[in-house]
Ligand binder design. Structure first.
Ligand code: PDD
Length: 286
């Protein structure tokens, strides 16, 4: 079934949804994006994604083309038009089409390009992978220095995903200066006893919206949260490991570079945090 795609104010059949070859998103990866999940037709953690979108745009000196209320209306409309029950909304805002290629940013009167599309994933919250967990490998983090901005320049994360696939595993964890930064498209955690450990926020990692919610729920559930660096060796020796993202929610990690984490099956803390995250965010979904 053909999807309805949003392009600059219009809702179009996907074959008619087009942007210019001069768009800076295409030529320069000069754009930002958000992925928001949909469960039971409602948006999960929507407000957090709106706040991060505004921040990414501001960091790149791009105007936010819409208020949060307008974004919510557009998100709801695209979900409704595509009859999404479970799945994702992908949003991209680029610096638009200045009509030519130039390294300098165009003048302010060039309108941004705004695109949204949906991905339907029936049963997204009941992913069988959550019952078995992911296996990951570690690879050097060779991305740029502003990973806190959610830009569309995703070539190295794509290369990392392919390295993982070729190694027969599910994902890769990036390592820089001996410490794990994050996964190709998710934040990384380890668990020791009652303590959940994850790298502190900085320009080195994306400030995950799922991360923020999970850490809040973890503290409320009386887990200890420690935001600090950890190594692959520490992760392999941990009781549990997991990742978080808008599309995978909380996903246990059961093997790192061929070494089992804990028993090699999803741990209690990861499983519990997944349940809490899904319960709480479903209740607050818009
Ligand atoms: N990726 N780190 C990176 C590098 C990411 O790309 C993502 C999200 C996250 C988790 O952020 P959040 O919890 O806000 O989804 C961390 C999305 C899902 C993607 O690119 O598809």
């Amino acid at each position: 079934m053909s999807r309805i795609v949003y392009v600059n104010g219009d809702y179009l059949p996907e074959a008619e949804a087009k942007v210019s070859v001069f768009d800076r998103g295409f030529l320069m990866a000069d754009g930002v994006y958000e992925v928001t999940s949909v469960l039971d037709g409602k948006l999960i953690d929507f407000q957090g994604h709106c706040v991060r979108l505004a921040r990414s745009l501001a960091e790149l000196e791009m105007k936010n083309p819409h208020s949060d209320a307008e974004w919510l209306a557009i998100f709801r409309e695209i979900v409704a038009k595509n009859a999404v029950v479970d799945g994702m909304v992908y949003l991209q805002v680029t610096r638009g089409n200045p009509g030519d290629r130039d390294f300098a940013y165009p003048a302010d009167d060039v309108a941004p390009t705004v695109v949204l599309f949906t991905q339907s994933k029936p049963g997204l919250a009941n992913s069988p992978a959550a019952k078995t967990g992911w296996k990951v490998i570690s690879i050097p983090d060779q991305r740029w220095g502003r990973r806190d901005i959610k830009t569309v320049q995703l070539l190295y994360p794509s290369m990392g995903k392919m390295m993982a696939k070729k190694a027969g595993v599910d994902d890769a964890w990036f390592v820089e200066d001996g410490f794990v930064t994050e996964g190709t498209s998710n934040n990384a955690y380890i668990v020791k006893g009652n303590k959940i450990i994850t790298r502190a926020l900085s320009n080195d990692i994306l400030h995950g919206i799922t991360r923020a919610s999970v850490l809040r729920f973890a503290r409320e559930a009386q887990f200890e949260v420690e935001e600090r660096n950890f190594t692959i060796a520490e992760a392999q020796a941990a009781d549990e490991a997991f990742i978080t993202s808008a599309s995978a929610f909380v996903m246990p990690v059961v093997e790192i570079d061929g070494a089992k984490v804990g028993s090699g099956t999803p741990g209690n803390v990861a499983t519990r945090m997944r349940e809490i995250y899904l319960d709480e965010t479903r209740k607050a979904a818009l």
